[in-house]
Design a protein around this ligand. Structure first.
Ligand code: TXA
Ligand code: MG
Length: 333
């Protein structure tokens, strides 16, 4: 059931549902999350079951403000505090050493915890109401509200199409950022990027006062999958995604025969096709706008029943890192 997340009655209903150990779909500025009380193991188990996600893949825990972080984190290094000061509330998740006994199921049994303070007003209102409930809920574990490996939802309707009408979903409108948060591992003495988002490497480095290491520059601490967002194939629509430059796209379109499959073409460049089999859609030239509509576009293409999605590869600039990363993962089979 979709309810208005901006109405106090919607927030109250969500708090009751969460306190009863059930799940709620929650808007954040990045993507919609599938939330449970982070300290309730049985409730968190329902997230893994609903998503079909392996239970050793840790979930992000969302908090109302920075003051709630020590409930879950055993220690916050100086550079992490700087990142919190610079980017919370906002699309940044920090991996920190976990306080023993807290949110163990949400952390997938790891000794670390992923924490984020979202900037969306509905998420914030819900987190505050949870923190003030009796008994209090200090945080909400919430992965993206999609089946494991699929495209993340950026509207309440997307969440309903993933989990059906039995799930309570707070409607907060379309997500402003559109791709998942940037994840920085703060457990290795130096900041390490685990998943790119809309914050650039330079902006994160400047804020924490040291260079953010890319995953390939840092030693791998363990074999367990630390972030499902770092699995090669992820965020995949049903159709097969292929990344091409504008020239190859033009050539491919020009040689399409009459029995070509149905193809969606998503490009920043102006392209043309006479084929009825081709659905053309323009990708925004602004990286923030491109991120905002990326997942909705991929879902629209699936809904249109195309077999192939040909995407013009994003430009090389760092402000495109998040969009490029999601498209690359969507194109791996
Ligand atoms: O923007 C976002 O981050 C969205 C919204 C809902 O906040 N959430 C999200 O959650 O993308 P999820 O679970 O789909 O992705 C979170 C990533 C996962 O890949 C998870 O493995 C990683 O964060 N993560 C969470 N806790 C971790 C931990 N303790 N150690 C390493 N990675 C962790
Ligand atoms: Mg996800």
């Amino acid at each position: 059931m979709i309810v208005d997340g901006r109405a106090p009655a919607g927030i109250a209903q969500a708090v009751r549902t969460l306190a009863a150990g059930e799940l709620v779909g929650v808007p954040t500025e990045t993507v919609y999350g599938l939330a449970a009380d982070a300290d309730n193991e049985a409730a968190v188990a329902k997230i893994f079951a609903a998503k079909g996600r392996p239970s050793d893949h840790p979930l992000i825990v969302h908090v109302a403000d920075a003051a709630a972080a020590p409930h879950f984190a055993a220690a916050i290094p100086e550079f992490a505090s700087r990142l919190i000061a610079a980017f919370w509330p906002g699309p940044l998740t920090l991996i920190l050493p976990r306080r023993p006994g807290r949110a163990a199921a949400a952390a997938g049994g790891q000794s670390s915890i992923g924490l984020r303070c979202p900037a969306h007003p509905v998420a914030h209102a819900l987190l505050l109401a949870c923190a003030n409930a009796t008994p209090p809920m200090a945080g909400l574990a919430a992965p993206s509200a999609n089946k494991f490996g699929r495209v993340s939802p950026t509207t309440a309707q997307h969440v309903r199409s993933e989990f059906g009408d039995g799930l309570l979903v707070l409607d907060g409108g379309p997500c402003d950022v559109g791709i998942e948060s940037t994840i920085v591992d703060c457990t290795r003495g130096v900041p390490v990027l685990l998943r790119p988002g809309v914050l650039t490497v330079d902006a994160v480095s400047a804020a924490c006062g040291q260079r953010l290491l890319l995953p390939q520059e840092a030693a791998q601490p363990q074999a367990a999958p630390r972030a499902s967002g770092t699995l090669e194939s992820h965020y995949a629509p049903r159709a097969t995604v292929r990344l091409m430059d504008a020239r190859s796209l033009r050539t491919a379109l020009a040689v399409l025969g009459p029995d070509a499959p149905r193809i969606a073409v998503y490009a920043r460049s102006a392209l043309h096709s006479d084929s009825h089999q081709v659905l053309l859609r323009r990708m925004p030239g602004d990286p923030a706008q491109a991120a905002r509509e990326l997942f909705a576009a991929l879902r629209d293409f699936d809904d249109a029943g195309v077999q192939l999605i040909w995407v013009e590869a994003p430009p090389a600039g760092p402000e495109w890192d998040g969009v490029r990363d999601r498209l690359q993962r969507a194109s791996v089979r």
